[in-house]
Design a protein. Sequence first.
Lengths: 117, 116
Amino acid sequence: NAGVTQTPKFRVLKTGQSMTLLCAQDMNHEYMYWYRQDPGMGLRLIHYSVGEGTTAKGEVPDGYNVSRLKKQNFLLGLESAAPSQTSVYFCASSYGQAGGLYQETQYFGPGTRLLVL
Amino acid sequence: SQQGEEDPQALSIQEGENATMNCSYKTSINNLQWYRQNSGRGLVHLILIRSNEREKHSGRLRVTLDTSKKSSSLLITASRAADTASYFCATAGRGKSGGSNYKLTFGKGTLLTVNP
């Protein structure tokens, strides 16, 4: 099993450009999450999904959109990148059978480093 | 905010010594989780302790939870250079809308350095 994989590993964007980050998991997990990690801030939840075709906003959703068309994939889109979106982005997934969000282990991908100039 | 706050922010010890990291939080929780992050990598889950549990062990790791003091500690015994990493606590509790809408909030982490 590859676990949770993220594509790309690193990207440089100019302000106003758009891009999509791809997250894939091969563990048949129901729940998937996108976080961003900034120095001194810990991880903050951007969006999450509790199943194929469903998405919901997290703590810092502005400027991002997501889609979960297939159970194994969770896409994070930046329509018009801003320097404030320079960060490391982590995708995570969890089984989804323990009675609700966050009541179980989350499995993280290796991260995508994004630099917006 | 129920955000967990780790203490200390940084800890440097010698190989073989024990390392203790603490986490404090402000509101009631469903569970508390500890994660490890090696430099440049994703987070790896270590232990999940539920609010009705007081202590859990996993190999060289021991986690305690004191809900009356709203605090948790992570003890790594007989540390190794490979334990060098950042350690995060994450608290899971109900969001503002209640119901099953739990929210997982990560602290800022403790950077542990184990010197060989």
